[in-house]
Design a protein around this ligand. Structure first.
Ligand code: ZN
Ligand code: ZN
Ligand code: ZN
Length: 190
């Protein structure tokens, strides 16, 4: 039997896609799975199924399925945009964190490769990016003209963000004004 390098699940409903990803992950553990359901993806379910990439067709994502496939196969790797809107993340705080707002966090998919609100306004003048741990909104930091991460935290009632800068995994709570250390044991993964 030829070695499977990659599994692509597309054209299924969210429920079917998650079910199929679970089965295939059990049959072929370690083989990257790319998923593009026809409707809104079940991010927590797909995270549990160890899907490597999730393409949400309902979001204004410029990253097509083909690019995620090429990236996983190591072909044409470019990283000019971040965070990658096909990569799920779940923020796990280190034990003993003083912020209680991280307790029921679910995995999220970044809404856009850049500040969601700046991009909507047609600007790219952000300094650093933060990822809302509650819904995947990408917002610019307080040093940026838009300060959209803080605006979103207040408007949506999602106080916890994580750094969306490459190589950084710390969190921040806007209500407690504290940095939240990530759980090193859970760090890594995709
Ligand atoms: Zn907090
Ligand atoms: Zn912004
Ligand atoms: Zn949010």
């Amino acid at each position: 039997m030829a070695r499977v390098r990659l599994i692509v699940i597309s054209e299924n409903t969210a429920e079917e896609a998650t079910h199929t990803a679970h089965i295939l992950n059990g049959v072929a553990p370690g083989v990257p799975i790319v998923v593009r359901p026809v409707d809104s993806p079940d991010v927590p379910g797909l995270y549990e199924a160890h899907a490597a990439r999730v393409v949400d067709t309902q979001r204004a994502v410029t990253e097509p399925l083909g690019r995620a496939v090429l990236d996983l196969l190591g072909i044409g790797r470019t990283r000019e945009h971040h965070p990658d809107p096909t990569v799920m993340s779940l923020f796990a705080p280190a034990p003993g964190s003083s912020c209680a707002h991280t307790e029921n966090l679910q995995p999220v998919l970044p809404k856009s490769p850049g500040c969601t609100e700046c991009l909507r306004q047609g600007r790219r003048d952000w300094v650093h990016l933060r990822l809302c741990a509650g819904c995947g909104f990408v917002g610019c930091c307080d040093a940026s003209p838009g300060r959209h991460a803080r605006v979103h935290a207040e408007d949506a009632g999602h106080p916890v963000v994580t750094s969306a800068e490459p190589g950084e995994s710390w969190g921040w709570c806007y209500l407690d004004s504290v940095t939240i250390e990530p759980d090193r044991a859970e760090a890594g993964g995709a």
